[in-house]
Write a protein that binds this ligand. Structure first.
Ligand SMILES: Cc1cc2nc3c(=O)[nH]c(=O)nc-3n(C[C@H](O)[C@H](O)[C@H](O)COP(=O)(O)OP(=O)(O)OC[C@H]3O[C@@H](n4cnc5c(N)ncnc54)[C@H](O)[C@@H]3O)c2cc1C
Length: 365
């Protein structure tokens, strides 16, 4: 007999699925959260945890901004290791300064504070950066978290009276009536939301998701006095390129320094040593004393990405009562709470159309 106890079945207990489960239960929905592995083992486990507003376009910027606001509203998350670090977007020359000044205006239009630091102010803000930089845009409202800890904190917050966790068996098939797990059970829920990251395609053929592998390294404790997230202005271009590295340094509590970032169109998680070397060299160009800091771990994760760079958030028109939220690339931690808010509005109001920019149906046209 199909299980009909649920108003909402969510496939995928990554950051997106967990944020949605929290909102759904808050709204009174009896929710089942399904994952083939323990919560938070996918891309969300690998992420840097930079809660950052990017300005690639107005809608994405608004999504980031809403995400950050909602992260703050979550309040005290014990394992999230929240740091109000802010971001320094670093310009190496005048050519990189101009787009950052444009970004400052875009932020101001959204009510976000940012300020231009000239070379001297930049050196005072982060004395370990190399000399000769053109300056940086400081975005004070950006923050840093430890994503796996934050995810578990959010999950623990969800009252178990309305949440059922189904861990260990993947969802293997979905049709208009039912969702079938590999263990043979059929989950029958009023609405279904596929938040299975890169693997959402397996359940929703026709929804193209692309792997963007990223590698990270972290130093030993007590090494770093970095205070901000330090990201080179050129980072944004690498988010759109096939393969590339950019300096992206993030302080962790205890004086560790987290080092990113690389991108390549691959799905394997094997460390690509030459690319890791390029990534570290790039970081050392900006922060020379990093060369003396011992690294204790390197790892990789796969960002779920889309061809046009925008996530899929909304109703999936090929199936009844089915929604998808996937493809957030390098912004899924930041935007998960905003994604869940948008999606829940649609789940609760069947008349609400898909948001044009994030509409999953755009790939079917
Ligand atoms: C190296 C790296 C650095 C990053 N840094 C940042 C950052 O600083 N800031 C930021 O905002 N974002 C960052 N990201 C991006 C972010 O990690 C992702 O966008 C986000 O985690 C995606 O979350 P998700 O819930 O969609 O997917 P996932 O976390 O991958 O979760 C999907 C879940 O679905 C489950 N699943 C899949 N298929 C099935 C199935 N058939 N049945 C049941 N369960 C299934 C998986 O087991 C998994 O638990 C980074 C990513 C990487 C790789």
């Amino acid at each position: 007999m199909p299980d009909t106890r649920f108003d909402l079945a969510i496939v995928g207990a990554g950051m997106v699925g967990v944020c949605l489960a929290l909102d759904a239960v808050d709204a009174g929905l009896r929710t089942v959260l399904i994952d083939q592995q323990p919560p938070g083992q996918g891309a969300s486990a690998a992420a840097m945890g930079h809660l950052v507003v990017l300005d690639s376009d107005a809608e994405e910027m608004a999504l980031c901004s809403l995400g950050l606001r909602r992260w703050r509203e979550y309040g005290d998350l014990k394992r999230a290791q929240w740091q109000n670090a802010g971001t320094l977007w670093i310009a190496v020359d005048d050519a990189e300064q101009a787009p950052l000044l444009a970004r400052q205006q875009a932020f101001a239009a959204l009510g976000l504070h940012s300020e231009w630091l000239d070379p001297q102010s930049l050196a005072e803000a982060e004395p370990g950066l190399r000399e000769g930089l053109a300056g940086a845009l400081r975005v004070s409202g950006d923050a840093l978290i430890y994503p796996p800890g934050a995810l578990l904190d959010l999950l623990e917050r969800i009252p178990t009276s309305l949440l059922t966790l189904r861990i260990g068996s993947p969802a293997i098939e979905i049709d208009d009536h039912s969702l079938t797990l590999a263990d043979g059970s059929a989950i029958s829920a009023g609405q279904r939301a596929i938040c299975a990251g890169l693997h959402s395609t397996r359940l929703l053929p026709g929804l193209p998701l692309l792997p963007r592998k990223g590698q990270l390294a972290i130093t030993d404790r007590g090494q770093s006095t970095v205070r901000h997230a330090l990201v080179e202005a050129g980072y944004v271009a690498t988010t759109q390129s096939g393969v590339g590295v950019a300096c992206n340094l993030q302080p962790r509590p205890g004086g560790q320094l987290l080092i990113g970032a690389s991108r390549e169109a691959r799905e394997d998680q094997k460390i690509n040593q030459p690319l890791l070397g390029q990534m570290l060299s790039r970081a050392i160009e900006f922060y020379p004393s990093l060369a003396q800091m011992p690294l204790i771990r390197c790892w990789s994760g796969i960002r779920p990405s889309t061809a046009d760079g925008h996530p899929f958030i909304g109703r999936w028109p090929r199936l009844e009562r089915t929604f998808v939220a996937a493809g957030h690339e390098g912004l899924g931690i930041t935007t998960a709470p905003a994604t869940s808010q948008l999606l829940l509005q649609q789940i609760l109001d069947p008349a609400l159309p898909n948001h044009a920019r994030f509409d999953p149906a755009r790939v079917l046209q």
